[in-house]
Every structure is written in structure tokens, then in C-alpha cells.
Design a protein around this ligand. Sequence first.
Ligand SMILES: *Cc1c(COP(=O)(O)O)cnc(C)c1O
Length: 391
Amino acid sequence: MNEPFQPETLAVRAGTQRSQFNEHSEAMYLTSSFVFASAAEAAARFSGAEPGPIYARFTNPSVTMFEDRLAALEGAERCVAFASGMAAILATVMGLMKAGEHVVASRSIFGSTVQLFSNILSRFGVETTFVSPTDPEEWRAAIKPNTRLFFLESPSNPLTEVSDIRALADIAHAAGAWLAVDNCFCTPILQRPLELGADIVIHSATKYLDGQGRVLGGAVLGKKDLMEGVYTFLRTAGPTLSAFNAWVLHKGLETLGLRMRAHSENALELATWLEAHPKVARVFYPGLPSHPQHELAMNQQKTGGGIVAFEVAGGREAAWKVIDATRLMSITANLGDTRTTITHPSSTTHSRMTPEQRATAGIGDGLIRIAAGLEAVVDLRNDLARGLDAL
Ligand SMILES: *Cc1c(COP(=O)(O)O)cnc(C)c1O
């Protein structure tokens, strides 16, 4: 696939491998190990002199197909797949850093990622400073002589704050550090962080890459030499993506372009409608001109994405009333599904933060997050109207 194909083409064509049967849709390789033609071939495979599968903890054609397709979409030299998004984030640090080194991370990142950096990696001598996702000067000021990694998500969850990936890549590189971007919310269809200067892209494939809420998966992408350390951690420690999940994800990528366009259209329409609703105090969506980083977002993303947050007056009681009065939307913390989900961040996804941390992050008790699915937008609007009528 050396031609400069468009993402929609890569999503259905890149990474395909066929067996001797020449199947059109990719086969699934449910096997833990592989047989060699001779002792010499086994030795050549193990030494790396000859490419080819050995053992499914670190080589399986189904997993390789998913990795190659996602690498083509992100414009990455190499992708290493993992059992989950969290395993991918852990492997990035374990593969590239050592005790005594330092991370600068956005304050507005996935809750388990905060816990991983603050409570687990800190026990192994990797220290993290959390800073504002939107103020590059805070990142610059947090740099220490031992800083090796910048880590961010853009847009953030649930407030959709947008980080300037180009500016932060420059600041990281001047300090001799790498920039890793968790690209879960945008996917390569809407944003390609490596083109903006990032060194590492991380995915929770569990969300939009699958797109139908079926399997867990994760991935780390970047230059070949950087990914070698990440791969060595996978091979040695074994947080491996299963062949079945890889096959589901590989097929899921085929509709990613269509789905991201539809998620984005529904989200923009809901955000616009919510902003005009008298019972809504504020709407957070990068695709709205009222968003504080609208211009930056439209510069580094193709659309505003599929996630919208909004605030109602009356705190938790009011937010719960709205959520409980909806009938179509799923009350769940997941996102990136065909089905629209509705979430109360302060009592679920962000409940492990202290009230002070939530206040600093701007996550109020009246905040509601919508991950727009693929239903007809008129039905979603009617459902939200029903919710807001309960106030
Ligand atoms: C869900 C999520 C993760 C974690 O992924 P899992 O597949 O659940 O381990 C990491 N980052 C972001 C932004 C997420 O939404």
C-alpha cells in the first residue's frame, strides 16, 4: 500500500493478509503457536533472521493485520497492539522509561490513567506532574532535567478541552522528551497526532475503533526504533491482544470513516440544539464557535468529534433528573458505541477525584456528558428534550 491512499481506502484495504485459500474477508487465526518446516527454520525465526510467527503472545497474523491497518491510518511506521487501552499506556512507560525519570501529563486525562501515573508508576520511581491541558507555559514550567515524556488527550473528557499538539511537541522536543497523545476521542479519521509532531499515539481500541462496544483492545504507534522497546515489553510481559479481538477490531476499522462522520454530525447537531435550549447553562463542544479553543480544534481536527458535554443549573439532583428522564440513551460510562450514551461524570467516571480536584478541573455536579451514537438525530433530540422537560 505505497500509494498515498485516502483514510477511507486504507481502512478497508490496508493490512490484509491472505492464506493459501485466498479468502476475501480476512480469516481469524485462533492458535497459540506456529509450526516450523525444519529445525533450521525454527532457529531462524527465533533469532529474527527470518520473519514470521512464533508464538501468539507476541506474533499472530490476526493481530498483525489490525496493527498494520491502524499504522497505515495513523501514518505510523509501526503499531503494537495490546489487550486494552490501559495496557497500551502501561507498556509505553514500561517500554520507554526507567526509575528516576519524570512525566508531565495533562490534568484532564482518563481516570485510570491518572491512577496509573499517580499511584502505581510512582511506586516504581516514575514521577508525574499534572498540568493544564490548554496552557503550554505550564508544561514548559513543569520540565525537570529528568523529564522524558509528555502525555495528553485531546479533546479531553468530559469538558472537550483542546491541547495545542504542535506547540507541546516543540516544547517536549526542546527538553529532550517525547510527546504521547491518547487519540481515543478523535481516531486517525479526525486527527493524526504524528503529523502534528507527536512521537507516540496511544489508543483505547475499545471505543471508536471497535465502534460497537464488543471488545477491549489497545495500541501504541510511532517510529520503528521507539516501538522496539514497547514491543519488547509486550513480548516479555504478555498484555497481548487476543486474535479474536484483533479480528473484530480489524473489521471494525472498515467502517471507521463512515462512523466518525456520522458521530460528528449527530454531536454537532445536538450541541447546537442544546446551546439554544433555555434550561442548558453551558455547552462544551469543540465544533461550536463558542468553544474557547474552537479555532485550534478546527485546525488540528477534521470535526468536533462525537462527545458533547453540557451543564444544567441545580447540580447533581438536576443532572440526575435529566438523565433518568431519557428513555433512548444508554446510562453508561462507555463511549464510541453505535448507541448514544449519557453519563454523569462527577458521580461516575470522575468520582474518584476529590471535590477540590473536580472543582479545579471544572467538572461541576450539573455536568452531563453525551457520546453521540448513530441513531437518527431527531430521536436523540426528542430524548434530550424529554430529559430537560423534567427540570
Ligand atoms: C477508555 C479509555 C482508556 C482506557 O482504555 P481501556 O481499553 O478501557 O483499557 C484510555 N484513554 C481514554 C481516553 C479512554 O477513553
